[in-house]
Design a binder for this molecule. Sequence first.
Ligand code: AP5
Ligand code: ZN
Length: 216
Amino acid sequence: MRVILLGPPGAGKGTQAVKIAKEFNIPHISTGDIFRQNLRDNTDLGKLAKEYMDKGLLVPDEVTNRIVEDRLEKEDCKKGFLLDGYPRNVSQAEELDRFLEKQGNSLNCVLNIEVDRDVLIERITGRRICPNCGATYHIKNSPPAVDNVCDKCGTQLIQRSDDKIESVLKRLEVYDSQTKPLIEYYTRKKILINIDGNKSVEEVFESIKRSLGDDS
Ligand code: AP5
Ligand code: ZN
């Protein structure tokens, strides 16, 4: 199963991706997570990505495409994959199509998670992440058992540096101008499925499972 998760910042892509990857036993590939991991490891890629991420801008396509293609060539992607946060503009989508075509593959579906704008802002501003293991929480919707401490590894939670309101507004603007056109791109290819992402994490996951079906 080769699936893309599409949706604006804060739609719940990362939250759902973790559940889908586990349920369907496919690797979860998040370009945002890859950049953040590189930032934690203080690599050149991490330093480059931070300059764009903190401003709410997209990391250049050449860099992002290369990272994704290197990852998709790994053995574990032969059984399928779940892409979260990629592609993010038409040029990346075209490059992904070319890459998969060369492998003799194509996408099965694109899940487009739709969420109202005020809900997005509330989700992003309430998000807290673990700087050690990358786990995501929300101060109201999915708080950790102990205030501000990661359930999984005991580390103090932080706010993502691109979750400040100025960066968030820019990310939403970039989504509208560059990522939203992908809805039409994949609708034309007849592989887009809209998911109502305003509901609870479990309800959204149930509708995703129904859409993917047991045999996809
Ligand atoms: P990335 O990390 O991909 O960020 P994003 O797309 O802006 O998405 P978010 O991580 O903000 O949100 P999400 O949809 O995953 O929501 P989440 O599950 O966390 O990218 C960051 C940056 O990296 C980009 O701005 C860009 O600079 C760069 N980048 C990444 N990919 C790139 C690419 N392809 N090309 C170029 N540059 C790229 O949920 C949000 C919050 O809500 C959480 O607190 C969660 O607990 C809560 N929540 C989730 N679902 C629900 C629910 N159903 N009900 C209640 N609360 C919920
Ligand atoms: Zn942790």
